[in-house]
Structures are given as structure tokens and as C-alpha cells.
Design a protein around this ligand. Structure first.
Ligand SMILES: Nc1nc2c(c(=O)[nH]1)N[C@H]1C(S)=C(S)[C@@H](COP(=O)(O)OP(=O)(O)OC[C@H]3O[C@@H](n4cnc5c(N)ncnc54)[C@H](O)[C@@H]3O)O[C@H]1N2
Ligand code: MOO
Length: 662
């Protein structure tokens, strides 16, 4: 909403209303909210339909499937050879071969035999051929010899055959009358093969529940559209549609609704024609939040819970109308995904005819302290790595929190699972044993674990290794965090850029026993500013810093304490404390964005970030980005490949192209 669009009086009224707002939410526990929700829901599968076998991938069986045929449908030979009576071969040996007269028939696959194998005879049979009457075993052609005699053709055997040898009995794979697949089974290529083998051309499946998905908010823009400052791309719409498909539902995307009652009402009515309706955004009681007001108009019974004591997920709004779920998920993507998986996914599974998902938990140790808000059960997404043992023992897992907050969209894709912090706890100390609930997929240990400070240049090396088929897990915990992980033996590589303030030396002073350093590359750091700003243009970094430090309207964006760049900034500033000194960004990119968007006028960042945002740059000092490697892990194949890749001319060239110095 632009102030120019409204009269002064309108704006005054709007501000007064926004500042007042309703009392936030009547928050209930997660269990209470779920119980109220389920009390009113109809969770029976949404009918049945028959689909062609070729269209059944991913569908859920609505009934048990009983085989009406035997597989194989007849006793069949599994080798090329001769069908014989085992009794005829007893006593056969090298020095006492048994000769059997060949019947006038060749049993190719697909032919029903006409002649009986009488005592003293054999019939030529191909792999897949049907065993003839009288025969009870097959001998492989390689162990026989054909002999032509005046009285006919014979085959001689020098070894006895046991009854049943090289024969697959009728029904030995699937017996007629057997339940081959059960109701509720989701069909993959494996089950489809079974259905084809028993001759099924059509499959009875549960009708896919149709789930309407609506993103709300004036600031939300569909991917592919141009984006204005302050707007965000609609990630929830895409996430929810894909998640619904994964759970056996059929997503019905309704697009993006503005924060406007008439449009919302129309879209909600449209969504109610489906089996379920999911909205995201506009559920807390902020000034622009409209969705919950529209959903509040539903009845039978309407909203059953609005506000849960969970983090993320507090503003979740659960409603039911006529047995049908209507849910407003929080707008923040991590909150939306988390509440979707804990409250909505089980409902969609049920409607889709799937059994409840089994939650798999693994024990792990928390490597760092985790603060928490009291009053809400807090769920923290974690990435799992093996502890010092580096073995495959699951008892040794370490759970690194991916603390990017509810607004992050990457937490779910980077996470292996999540842990819960009790509502009453204020923090969880480092070293606490925790239980991690895995996110569906099986836990695959990575070949190479990189924990520390992440840099876009690192992709030049890691991308190469991944291209070779190596699995890599890279966790961004900063230089100090990486060093600590390397000391504890929890990673293979810790990328660091730590300057010793006393000497100005990088990284080496921080090594201790059991740690090696592999030289990485250097990154030029300097002052970033908007091009054309005369306060910086044409000056050296030192001159510019000295000139602007005292200007009240020249705003600095600083870096977080503990970062290498902050140490550098402090050395540059000496005792000066320019405007903005206490505003701390956590990354080079964040500094560059703040300057590019005019929230600040200058900051210290790497040249690559300045180039990315089209900013001016005054070089200050090269920073060394190197790799700490626990000596004990030096000889691991993945670590050796990393070091080798780093030394290739291609990687050096890729790094130079990104503005790094190798
Ligand atoms: N005064 C208070 N404010 C807030 C509280 C509180 O207790 N008191 N709770 C916070 C919590 S917790 C959450 S979670 C958020 C959720 O708010 P809403 O569900 O109303 O969501 P919005 O305000 O519409 O959006 C939040 C955020 O997410 C972005 N968003 C929205 N939709 C999408 C989408 N489809 N794709 C990507 N991103 C989306 C939106 O732009 C906002 O940045 O409320 C807190 N406030
Ligand atoms: O519930 Mo909110 O989801 O904590 O961010």
C-alpha cells in the first residue's frame, strides 16, 4: 500500500487500527489442537476408481488384490536342456553313462507338450518351456552328449538328476487365491510388476483427494513474474502442491489471493469444492491478515483451534466444515511446512487411503548450546553427521541445528530431521543427548562432511566432487563453529577465515594438536558502497573510512562480532564509532544488500559480493580462506579427493572467474 494512494486521514485511521489489533491468539497445546481437529474430520478415503495399469504409478490400492492365476502358470524349465524322469538317471556316472531316447518333440517356451516322457526317454526343452507329462526334472544341455545310433537319437548323462532339478513349479512365485498386494499399498514400479504378472489391466485405487491450495498476501508474487522490492516469491504454493502429490493427493492450485475480502471469499468458496482447502499466510492477527476472518465465517463447526503452543507454527488455524478440513498455515515457509507435516499430512494420507506414516527416531548428541523461547514446544531442524568415531554406528550421531528461523525455506531441504525442546526449557546445553525424528527419507551418511564457514567459491571444489558421484554435506556454522567441529572430529573439512588480531596472521595461529591446514584461496575484502557516491569514489579504503566515520548521515552496516570481517572492520575504524556501528549483518551478502537497497551507505565485504550487487569497492586486505582438516581424517578417500580437486587448474580457474585468488 503506497502512502500516495491514500489521503492523510485514511493513513491515520489505518495506523490507529493496526496499532490496536486484536488480542493475539488463544493458544492451545499441539495435542489439544489435533484432538479438536480430528473430532470433527471425516477421515475415510474419498471413494474408489479403476485406472489402467499404466496409469497406476503412485496410486493407492483401494482393495486387496487376489491372484486369479498361478505364477508361473505351469511347471517350467529354467534352463535349456532335456526333460527327464529323475528315476531314470539314478546311478549315472562318468564311467556308467545313462542313455535316454529322445522323443520327437521340441518344447520351446509357449508350447504345450503333446508327448509323454515315458521311462527311458527324454524331451528337448528350452528355458521357459513347459514340463511334459512324465518328466520331473531337467538336465542342462552342457552336462549331456547327444548320440546318433541306428535305432534313433539318444542323449547320454553322466550325472544323476534330482527330482525337481531346474524346474520352477507352478504357483511357486504367486499361488492362485493368494493376496498379492494389500489395500493401502502405494504402487511403485515393483508392485506394478506384480499386478502385470497376474494379468491385471485395471487396478482398483482410492480416488485421489483433491486439495485446494491458496497463497495469500499482497506481497506474494508467482515465480516467473517480475518482483518488486519488498515482495517475495510464492514458495508455499509450490511446496504444498508438491507435498500433496507426494502424499497421494491431487493438488488444485488456486494461485495467490490479495489481502482483500471479496477476492478471498470467492477463492475460499472455490476451494471448498475440493476435499480439503489449505491456505497460507494472513493467519496471525496483524493489520493485513485477512484469511482467518474469512475462514471464521465457516460453520459446522468452523474454526476449532487458532493458535498452538508450538514453534514454529504458533498462528496455525484449524477449521472443519462438514467433515472437510480447512487449514490456514502460517505464512513463513518453515512454519508452513512444519505445521503441514504435523497436522495436515496425516489427514491427506488418510483421505488418500494410506496408512499412518511411522515416525523414525534416532539418538544423537547436540554439539552446541540451543536457546529456546519458553511457553512453546520448539522444534529445531537438524542435520546429522557422524561423531568422532566416523563409523556407521548410529549411536554416534551429532545433530547440528539449522537455525535459520521460521522464514527460511531451505531448512527442510537441508535437514535430516528435527528435535523438540520442551516448552518449559529455556535452553539445551551443548552435549545434551537428543532424539531426532527423521524426515521420511532414509538417513544416508555423506562421503564428505564440510562444517564451517561457507563461501560461494567452495562450490567450485564441491561441485566437482559431487559431479564425480560423491555425496557431500556442507553445514554453515561459521569459522569458529567449524574449528570446534574439527577439534571434536565431527567433520572432514572445516573451511575457516580467522585472523589473529594481534599479528594479522590468518588461520595458522588457531590450529592445535591433531589439526592440519590446507591452503585454500584468498578473498579481497574492502569497503562496499553505491557507485557514484562521492564520499567513497576515488578514495582509498583508509581515506574513505576516516572521512565518513564522523558523518552522522553516512550509515555503516557492520558485521557480527566474532567474524573475521568484523575484526578487520574494527582495525580499520580504530576508536571511531560511525553511525550504524551497532547494526550487525551476518554475511557478506547481507552487507551488500543493505548498501544496494540504501538502508546503509557502506560496509566491509568481499569483492565477489560487491560485484554481485553492482557496488563500488575499495580494497582493504586479502582474507585467507583455508581448510582445517583433522589429521585422523586426512587419509580418507573423500578428503584426498577434495585436496586433489583443489589443486586442479580447472578449479583454480573457476575460483579466479569468481574473483578469488588461488
Ligand atoms: N505481534 C506478533 N506478530 C507475530 C506473531 C506474534 O505472536 N505476535 N507471531 C509470528 C509468527 S510465530 C508467525 S509464524 C508469523 C505468521 O504470520 P502469518 O501466518 O499471518 O503470515 P504472514 O504475515 O502473511 O506472512 C509471514 C511471512 O511469510 C511470508 N509469506 C507469506 N506467504 C508466503 C508464501 N506463499 N511464500 C513465501 N513466503 C510467504 C510473508 O511475506 C511474511 O514474510 O507471524 C509472526 N508475527
Ligand atoms: O510460529 Mo512462528 O512459525 O514461530 O515462526
Amino acid at each position: 500500500m503506497h502512502s500516495s494512494d491514500r489521503s492523510r486521514e485514511d493513513i491515520r485511521r489505518f495506523v490507529a487500527q493496526a496499532a490496536r489489533q486484536d488480542q493475539f491468539l488463544e493458544v492451545v497445546s499441539g495435542e489439544e489442537a489435533r484432538a479438536r481437529f480430528h473430532r470433527h474430520l471425516d477421515l475415510s478415503p474419498r471413494g474408489e476408481e479403476r485406472v489402467p495399469l499404466a496409469a497406476s504409478l503412485g496410486r493407492v490400492l483401494s482393495a486387496d488384490v487376489v491372484a486369479e492365476v498361478d505364477v508361473p502358470g505351469f511347471d517350467r524349465s529354467v534352463v535349456d536342456g532335456f526333460a527327464v524322469r529323475a528315476a531314470d538317471t539314478v546311478g549315472a556316472a562318468e564311467d556308467r553313462p545313462v542313455a535316454l531316447r529322445l522323443n520327437d518333440e521340441v518344447l520351446a517356451a509357449g508350447h504345450a507338450p503333446e508327448l509323454t516322457v515315458e521311462p527311458g526317454t527324454a524331451t528337448v526343452i528350452a528355458t521357459g518351456g513347459m514340463l511334459p507329462r512324465g518328466a520331473d526334472a531337467v538336465v542342462m544341455v552342457e552336462t549331456t552328449e547327444a548320440v546318433e545310433r541306428p535305432d534313433g537319437l539318444f542323449v547320454t548323462l553322466t550325472r544323476p538328476a534330482t527330482p525337481g532339478a531346474f524346474v520352477a513349479a507352478a504357483g511357486s512365485d504367486i499361488g492362485r487365491g493368494e493376496v498379492v498386494l494389500r489395500k493401502g499399498q502405494a504402487l511403485t514400479s515393483r508392485e506394478i510388476g506384480v499386478l502385470a504378472a497376474i494379468g491385471l489391466a485395471e487396478v482398483p485405487v482410492v480416488r485421489r483427494p483433491r486439495v485446494a491450495i491458496l497463497s495469500t498476501g499482497d506481497e506474494i508474487v508467482a515465480p516467473g513474474q517480475p518482483i518488486r522490492t519488498g515482495a517475495v516469491y510464492d514458495s508455499n504454493g509450490a511446496i504444498l502442491a508438491a507435498a500433496v502429490s507426494e502424499l497421494g493427493g491431487e493438488p488444485v492450485p488456486l494461485g495467490i489471493a490479495p489481502d482483500e475480502d471479496a477476492a478471498l471469499e470467492r477463492l475460499v468458496a472455490q476451494g471448498l469444492e475440493c476435499d480439503a482447502l489449505l491456505l497460507s499466510g494472513g493467519t496471525s492477527k496483524g493489520a493485513g491478515d485477512r484469511s482467518h476472518r474469512i475462514v471464521a465465517q465457516l460453520s459446522d463447526p468452523g474454526i476449532v483451534a487458532h493458535g498452538v503452543a508450538l514453534k514454529p507454527g504458533k498462528p496455525l488455524c484449524l477449521a472443519v466444515t462438514g467433515g472437510k478440513p480447512v487449514v490456514i498455515l502460517p505464512g513463513f515457509p518453515t512454519s508452513a511446512m512444519f505445521t503441514f507435516h504435523s497436522f495436515v499430512a496425516p489427514v491427506i494420507r488418510a483421505l488418500a487411503g494410506l496408512p499412518p506414516a511411522l515416525a523414525e527416531e534416532v539418538p544423537a548428541t547436540l554439539p552446541v548450546r540451543l536457546g529456546s523461547e519458553r511457553g512453546r514446544t520448539e522444534y529445531v531442524m537438524v542435520s546429522l553427521v557422524h561423531g568422532a568415531g566416523g563409523g556407521a554406528n548410529e549411536d554416534e550421531l551429532v545433530a547440528y541445528p539449522l537455525s535459520k528461523g521460521s522464514g527460511a525455506v531451505t531448512a527442510f531441504s537441508h535437514a535430516d530431521g528435527f528435535l523438540a525442546i520442551d516448552a518449559q526449557a529455556e535452553a539445551m546445553e551443548a552435549g545434551t543427548p537428543v532424539s531426532v525424528q527423521l524426515l521420511g527419507r532414509a538417513l544416508a551418511p555423506a562421503d564428505l562432511i564440510v562444517v564451517g564457514s561457507q563461501c560461494i567459491g567452495l562450490n567450485a571444489v564441491l561441485g566437482r566432487l559431487i559431479g564425480e558421484g560423491m555425496s557431500v554435506k556442507a553445514l554453515n556454522v561459521g569459522s569458529m563453529g567449524g574449528l570446534a567441529a574439527a577439534r571434536r572430529g565431527e567433520c572432514d573439512i572445516a573451511p575457516v577465515h580467522l585472523m589473529d588480531p594481534a599479528t594479522g596472521a590468518y588461520n595458522t595461529p588457531f590450529l592445535g594438536p591433531g589439526l592440519d591446514l590446507v591452503t585454500g584461496y584468498r578473498r579481497m575484502q574492502g569497503i562496499v558502497f553505491r557507485r557514484g557516491d562521492p564520499r567513497f569514489e576515488g578514495r582509498t579504503a583508509q581515506e574513505a573510512a576516516a572521512a565518513v566515520a564522523g558523518l552522522a548521515d553516512c550509515i555503516l552496516i557492520n558485521r557480527n562480532a566474532g567474524s573475521g570481517t568484523r575484526i578487520l572492520t574494527d582495525r580499520l575504524l580504530g576508536t571511531a564509532r560511525p553511525t550504524g556501528y551497532w547494526t550487525q549483518a551476518k554475511s557478506h551478502n547481507a552487507v551488500a544488500v543493505a548498501v544496494a537497497q540504501n538502508r546503509a551507505d557502506w560496509g566491509v565485504a568481499i569483492e565477489t559480493a560487491a560485484n554481485l550487487y553492482g557496488l563500488g569497492f575499495l580494497p582493504l586486505q586479502e582474507e585467507h580462506y583455508d581448510f582445517v582438516i583433522p589429521t585422523a581424517r586426512r587419509d580418507r578417500p573423500a578428503v584426498r579427493r577434495f585436496v586433489e580437486a583443489l589443486e586442479t587448474p580447472e578449479v583454480a580457474e573457476a575460483l579466479r572467474a569468481m574473483g578469488f585468488i588461488r
